[in-house]
Structures are given as C-alpha cells and as structure tokens.
Write a protein that binds this ligand. Structure first.
Ligand code: HEM
Length: 115
C-alpha cells in the first residue's frame, strides 16, 4: 500500500505525564488517539487501532512507555515499563530497531515527563 502523505514534523514541546499517557490506551477514552512511547518518545499509533486498541494483540504497549518489553520481545504487561536499564546489549539493539521502525511509521506527538 502506497504511503502518499509524509509524517508531520515531531512535536517535542508536548510533555506527557504517566497518567496523561494512560488516557491514550484506546480503552480509557475510546475517542482519544492511541499512543505508544519508546525511550520517552510518544508515537501516535491510532492508524493501527486493530493492533494497539483494546482487542489488539499489542494493546499491552498502548498508553505507556513500553521500552523494556520491546527490547525483550515480550508481550507481558509487567515488562511494559519505561525503565530499560536492565536490558543487555542485544536487547538494546532490538529496542533501538523498534524505535527506528516507529519513527518511520508514526507521527511523534511529544515526549514523556521522565524522558
Ligand atoms: C508468535 C509470535 C508473533 C507473531 C506471529 C507476530 C506477528 C507479527 C506480524 C505479522 C506483524 C506485522 C503486522 C502488520 O504490519 O500488519 C507484527 C508486528 C509487530 N510485532 Fe509481532 N508477532 C509475534 C510476536 C511479537 C512479540 C513477542 C512482540 C513483542 C515486542 C511483537 C511486537 C510487534 C510490534 C511492536 C509490531 C509492530 C506493529 C505495528 O506498529 O505495525 N510481536 N507482528
């Protein structure tokens, strides 16, 4: 499928608290866009609602910074946390690859308060 419109420029000025980000998991408020944060950068993944919304296989990543889980290739809710300090070198590379993947696909709408 062709992608005709370029991504909007990143908005680095919007800062999300953890609570605010949690409102964007597709379930807390269905009308709000769905966000996933990686290494403190918040991406708008609403175009993939089927994956990240309440019934999607990757819903565990929505409304939070899921860096650790992405690095570990884990879908466990307890791994979906921002602190990725425990990741080894290989897992950090996996995490960085996911960051690049998201950066190419999804608009950046802000960053997390603790980033
Ligand atoms: C049996 C295991 C798995 C299968 C068969 C699978 C399958 C897939 C497929 C087919 C896609 C591409 C979907 C599309 O673009 O339409 C995808 C994307 C993805 N997978 Fe998996 N996956 C598996 C496990 C995992 C695990 C353990 C993780 C944890 C990090 C993961 C994270 C992701 C993410 C973040 C995407 C990108 C979604 C997007 O934004 O487009 N997957 N997976």
């Amino acid at each position: 499928m062709a992608r005709c419109s370029p991504l909007p420029p990143p908005n680095w000025s919007r800062i999300f608290s953890q609570d605010e980000l949690a409102q964007h998991d597709g379930a807390a408020d269905e009308d709000k866009p769905i966000y996933v944060a990686i290494k403190g950068t918040v991406f708008d993944v609403t175009t993939k609602k089927a994956m990240y919304g309440p019934s999607g296989g990757y819903h565990c990543f929505a409304g939070k910074d899921a860096s650790k889980a992405l690095g570990m290739s884990s879908l466990k809710v307890e791994d979906c946390v921002a602190d990725y300090s425990g990741l080894d070198e290989k897992e950090r590379k996996t995490l960085d690859d996911w960051y690049t993947f998201f950066e190419k696909r999804y608009p950046i709408v802000g960053k997390t308060a603790d980033a």
